[in-house]
Write a protein that binds this ligand. Structure first.
Ligand SMILES: C[S@@+](CC[C@H](N)C(=O)[O-])C[C@H]1O[C@@H](n2cnc3c(N)ncnc32)[C@H](O)[C@@H]1O
Length: 297
């Protein structure tokens, strides 16, 4: 989900032309308002780029491991839109989406899985209403935990248990990907607004405690008629640092733990959507990166 990161863009925050075309309202659709909108639709349009992400992680996995990514587990999958697109990518792709919240999974089944996948493709996607800490089988080629969702684990021992569980859930040679965010901009009390067709996406950084690193953020949507859907999504997280994440990966047993850092677009100064392995990051105002670890074998 969720950081708009005006200064940075990552695969998940960019929409492909195809998605943009699909997400255009029908010509005679009523103007969006806080009353008639669907928060999941607006979230997907504002924050996610599932086709791009599915391709990015598949390609990266193949380049790194020399074999295709065929069994993907998407933790904290929400509406499972990424898992859905991963299944569409190849006739041998299988995906498991895990989320605690059944109404969100049910929304994803109705609005993403059924419209986008035929019966055969649907048989290759499993959605589990479970805690990510409790799922271990089948062993996956790769696990994705995106849009910083693991940040719900605020205690070190909780996040350590999650990363260890991912390690146990991977095949030998399997890969865990977690995305991360940071930079001085993230610590500011502010609301960033991004205009989309028919609505404005608002990302509020509401509270940050420098002692515990607890951070509270919220997504609101506002509309041309002046209405506003406040607190469409609220996140109470801990802001984890890349140093902590890397240490936890190593403690769990992962090897070749490293960071994919997003390059900078010269013209805008923002992210350019190109993620490369880097040992030393840049002093960017806001950044998004991906922590990668490999299970030996
Ligand atoms: C920020 S959303 C992420 C949605 C999606 N992955 C994305 O990239 O936009 C976080 C999701 O994590 C789920 N969640 C939170 N804690 C969980 C847990 N312990 N186990 C499984 N799902 C959890 C919530 O229900 C919610 O749907």
């Amino acid at each position: 989900m969720a950081k708009p990161a005006p200064a940075r863009s990552s695969p998940k925050h960019r929409s492909t032309a195809a998605q943009k075309a699909k997400s255009k309202p029908a010509p005679k659709a009523k103007p969006l308002t806080a009353r008639n909108c669907d928060r999941h639709v607006l979230y997907q349009r504002s924050v996610q780029a599932p086709e791009t992400d599915a391709r990015f992680y598949s390609r990266w996995f193949t380049k790194y491991t020399g074999r295709p990514l065929r069994l993907l587990r998407e933790d904290f999958c929400g509406t499972a839109v990424l898992a859905t697109h991963f299944v569409k990518l190849h006739p041998e792709n299988r995906a498991i989406g895990v989320d605690l919240h059944w109404p969100t999974l049910a929304w994803g089944r109705i609005h993403n899985v059924r419209p986008l996948l035929n019966q055969e493709q649907q048989s290759r996607l499993t959605l589990l209403q479970k805690n990510v800490l409790d799922v271990r089988r089948p062993l996956a080629d790769a696990i994705l935990a995106l849009n910083f969702s693991y940040s719900v684990f605020k205690q070190r021992r909780q996040l350590a248990a999650y990363i260890k569980n991912c390690f146990r859930s991977l095949k030998p040679g399997g890969i865990l990907f977690l995305d991360a965010w940071g930079g001085p901009d993230v610590l500011q009390h502010k609301t960033d607004k991004t205009r989309h067709k028919g609505f404005t996406y608002e990302w509020e950084q509401r509270r940050f405690d420098p002692i515990s690193h607890d951070i509270e953020c919220a997504i609101h949507f506002s509309f041309p008629d002046g209405s506003r859907l406040r607190d469409a999504f609220v996140y109470e997280w801990r802001l984890w640092t890349l140093a902590e994440l890397r240490e936890l990966f190593v403690e769990a047993g992962f090897v070749d733990v490293h960071v994919l850092w997003e390059g900078t677009d010269r013209a805008s100064g923002g992210g350019n959507g190109v993620f490369r392995r880097k040992e030393v990051g840049d002093m960017d105002e806001a950044w998004i990166s991906i922590v990668v670890g490999k299970k030996p074998g």
